[in-house]
Design a protein around this ligand. Structure first.
Ligand code: 5AD
Ligand code: SF4
Length: 442
């Protein structure tokens, strides 16, 4: 009889969670489980949750509810809920009350111990509700099962000290803790030696304050990058996320002068109104953000800038919103992650007066996306007829595409997949809806 036991993981939220799920997969494989993409076949189901916005939470609640039927069919099924949502005060109790069939609920601070909890659940068959209040020490040498073939995530720090007034993250991820330079270098070296990854993505809630907790006057983000750039291998280094208030000119200069540094930078602005930024506790002004962006474009060739924007923050007027639109036009973002403000209990902004009505928020996000599409179209149209230095690759849909230096994708209409991974010159012939079509020049 085949005794294979299967695991199914569903991840909600950001890259940090995606990477945590790679650690969960590492632990489950260590226990002998094999991955399945079909929940119905699973012996253990893990939901790695997010609570950044209410929409994320309600979606997850509905999905947890759906597990009841699976548990009724297979009484040995182990169900685990972990991640940011469960770390909120009182949430574990609430989940257990609402969903008595759950097996294990754990928070973010003790996720690294999941393997232990599963072993003990299997022995005792007793619900385990283990959410720690305090951050645990950083666990090194974790078993990580990386799924991606192009990029590899590497944590450089955990937690956040910024307390932006809308954001729940500092409450569920704890204070900033940096990994040691040596450990990070060791991990990146071993990834580089595998020769599989074209990009190493350094992860942290605010990577720009890396090393500040060491208080040694030497270790900072640029110091770390300098060590990483010296590692041999054909890979790029990118990072996320950045906080504009801590993005130093030393860092801009470093990126500009190091070929290993990716030119795709995510720099969340959140709003284009200095008044709203102050209420958000972001500690920079729209003007300071724009001059940082000016400096980046001036020094970093091939820069591709992306951002996060929240519309409908409490007290945001039409004029504040129009200032955000102006900033968007100014900064030439290659892409925008736009969000409707969502009230998170326990954050200061949840108690602010002048909450913006949902209809107004919805209208603003629609206009923001329309503006983004219009600007993107204008930019893509400006590429038609021009020739670019590119690297050929296969995209998610299996098509051969050429990636320009600043991450624009051109569908190749005259080449074959044998050129995949090679450098090529591509002339853009046309724009089809949102897709650039181009020919490889012989
Ligand atoms: N409502 C809406 N968006 C939010 N974000 C963080 N908190 C909230 C909230 N309460 C957005 C920010 C952040 C991104 C990860 O999520 O733009 O940069
Ligand atoms: Fe949240 Fe602000 Fe920290 Fe980012 S920097 S995780 S938005 S508190």
């Amino acid at each position: 009889m085949d005794n294979t036991q299967f695991y199914f993981i569903e991840t909600f939220g950001c890259q940090m969670n995606v990477h945590d799920s790679e650690k969960i997969a590492g632990m489950l494989r260590d226990l002998g489980y094999v991955e399945t993409k079909d929940k119905n076949n699973a012996d253990i189901i893990v939901f790695n949750t997010c609570c950044i916005r209410e929409t994320a939470e309600s979606k997850i609640m509905a999905k947890i509810g759906d597990l009841k039927a699976l548990k009724a069919r297979n009484k040995n099924l182990i169900t685990v809920i972990c991640g940011c949502m469960t770390q909120q005060r009182g949430m574990a109790e609430l989940l257990k009350k609402r969903f008595p069939f759950l097996s294990i609920v754990i928070g973010t601070h003790n996720l690294d111990r999941l393997e232990e909890y599963i072993v003990s659940y299997k022995k005792q068959k007793k619900f385990q509700n283990i959410v720690w209040d305090k951050e645990q020490e950083i666990t090194e040498n974790q078993k990580i099962y990386r799924d991606s073939t192009n990029h590899a995530f590497v944590n450089i720090m955990y937690g956040c000290n910024n307390f932006c007034s809308y954001c729940i993250v500092p409450y569920v991820r704890g204070r900033e803790r940096s990994r040691s330079v040596d450990e990070i270098v060791k991990e990146v070296k071993s990834l580089a030696q595998q020769n599989r990854y074209s990009e190493i993505v350094l992860l942290g809630q605010n990577v720009n304050s890396y090393g500040q907790d060491f208080k040694d006057g030497v270790t900072n983000f640029v110091y770390l990058l300098d060590k990483l750039c010296k590692i041999q291998g054909d890979f790029k280094i990118s990072f996320m996320s950045s906080h504009p208030k801590d993005f130093s000119s030393e860092l801009v200069d470093f990126i500009a002068s190091h070929q290993k540094m990716s030119r795709a930078i995510h720099l969340p602005v959140q709003s284009g109104s200095s008044r709203i930024l102050k209420l958000m506790n972001r500690r920079y002004t729209a003007e300071a953000y724009k001059s940082l962006v000016d400096d980046m474009y001036a020094k970093i060739s091939g820069l591709s800038l992306t951002t996060d924007i929240i519309v409908g923050f409490p007290g945001e007027t039409e004029d504040d919103f129009l200032q955000t639109c102006d900033l968007v036009k100014y900064c030439k973002f290659s892409s925008i992650f736009g969000f409707v403000y969502s009230k998170r209990n326990g954050t200061p902004a949840a108690k602010f007066e002048n909450q913006v009505p949902y209809k107004v928020k919805k209208d603003r996000i629609t206009r923001l996306f329309a503006l983004e599409h219009q600007l993107q179209k204008e930019e893509l149209l400006s590429m038609v007829g021009k020739t670019f230095d590119c690297i050929a690759e296969i995209n998610d849909k299996g098509f051969l595409v050429a990636k320009t230096e600043n991450h624009k994708s051109i569908k190749i209409v005259n080449g074959n997949k044998s050129i995949c991974g090679e450098k090529c010159k591509v002339k853009v012939k046309a724009l089809d809806e949102k897709e650039l079509l181009g020919e490889v020049l012989k």
